[in-house]
Design a binder for this molecule. Structure first.
Ligand SMILES: [Fe+2]
Length: 133
């Protein structure tokens, strides 16, 4: 059974880049949904093995992959984020950024645009009644 990790910092620790409300949504609603649905799917898989009824195995494995990876990706995010520290790229990285992007400002502009426009999945497997919302 998967258990939610503790958030390693206060809910407002990522502000101003990530608001308290946004982190709360991702931790208490989305991450919890992934963990709960992973556990639900694992129970359904156990039942399928016990009853030897694998008629819905494709759906169950798809759900386990979707919800399990959602849980793991949120844990990676939570554990690799932290309060903002005043940092800048070291010399080698800065030189590569300037070589690739023209300037640090152009790199930031492209990175910010890509972040804003990245596609996110709101798709939820519909089989077995698993839902995130
Ligand atoms: Fe999220």
């Amino acid at each position: 059974m998967l258990k939610m990790i503790e958030l390693p910092y206060p809910m407002q620790a990522l502000e101003p880049y990530y608001t308290k409300e946004t982190l709360n949504l991702h931790y208490h609603i989305l991450y919890k949904g992934y963990v709960d649905n992973t556990n639900k799917t694992q129970k359904e898989l156990q039942k399928a093995r016990e009853t030897k009824d694998f008629s819905n195995i494709k759906c169950l494995e798809k759900n386990l992959s979707f919800f399990g990876s959602g849980a793991i990706l949120h844990e990676l995010f939570f554990e690799n984020m932290g309060p903002a520290l005043p940092t800048s790229p070291n010399q080698a990285l800065m030189e590569q950024i300037i070589k690739d992007f023209g300037s640090f400002e152009q790199f930031k502009a492209q990175f910010e645009s890509a972040s804003i426009n990245v596609e996110a999945s709101r798709m939820v497997p519909s089989c077995m009644g698993a839902k995130m919302e």
